[in-house]
Design a protein. Sequence first.
Lengths: 147, 270
Amino acid sequence: MDFIIFLTLLLLGYGFGTWAESRHYKSIEKREIQYQKLPTIALKHPLPQKGKVVKVKLASGNVVISVDYFKRFLAALRNIFGGRVSAYETLVDRARREATLRMKESCPGATQIINVRLETASISKNSKKGSVGSIEVFAYGTAITYR
Amino acid sequence: MEYSGKLPTSNVNVSKRTPLQELLILLGGVLGICLIFYLCLGWAVDYSIQHISPEEENELYALMKLPAGEEEKAAGRTLAVQTLLKELQKCAPLPYQVSINVSDSKQVNAVAFPGGHILVFSGLLDQVSSENELVFVLGHELGHFKHRDHLRSLGRGLVLWVISLFLLGPDNDVGDFLFSALGVANRTHSRQQESAADEYALEVLNCHYGHVGGSTKFFEHLRDNNQTPEILKYYSTHPSDQKRIDDLNALAIKKNYKVASVKPWVVAAN
């Protein structure tokens, strides 16, 4: 009986996880093209730009993404042998890109965002039974608007 | 320098391998390793139980609390069953102090507890039509003692638990998975134990009566009343009733056991 429950969870995790991931990636790619022309850089100084600075503000974007049962199982198996935890790679990748996008969306009209930093935190780190592992990515930078 | 916003053409941060592929490789590896461990340690258990005396076994099980069951009020049948068991022991010499009790329950079953105690449920006594049938059931339980099946299952259960604990720590998803996967393998082993106990019961029956009449009666009744769906039998700890009947008949022919008329079981409940 436990085995059946486990298999169901695994299948549900795989099914919904894959579905949610492909949907998320589609949305990310679409919005990345939309914000392609907004310079988002890690430099401390703005890129040379004509015009006058009219607005400077802290731009930030934040996202929390949860791991599904299938990915968690795969990562736990990986724990035994070691190596690249490719199951989590897409998870972290999505979180970083989503947080960056949200940061861009938070400052409409900005000319560039400089000094961009990414912070990550894992929520419910200790994998106690029943707890859901999720990752938080926080992106922030300085949005400058020229006129 | 002019800023040109370009998106990367490929994503270097994500592996190309599909997760299902990875799952199969990892799972195969883990299960393979565990199976090898389990088989080796299983053999070690089978080897070492020969060196555990019944006294030590009793001490071991005294640490655990086992259900005793409610005793049947009427002592008549208990006494009859006890006398029968005493006679049977001439045919089944065991290093145990075998004792038996009747438990007041509707279940049609008998259970062998570690240390040589047998519990017969009154439902079984209500149902048996002949003494031979009852002797077969008792012989089956004596077979479990003879083969030290308690120690075997305890040992294998322990092995299973230790593997899971060592590899993965307590409360782990993978551990639970392994436990159920290897548990199925364990059930195959348990089915073999049941078949071996059946074989022993047949020997006891033949020794006691000089023939094996009534040996399959108990299972025939179970089979006719069984409503377990076919698919669940894979999970079962006991072989299917029909298979047990067929095996017993084949064994009786192979060993040239005679079949004669059975002795009726006439002891009433009170």
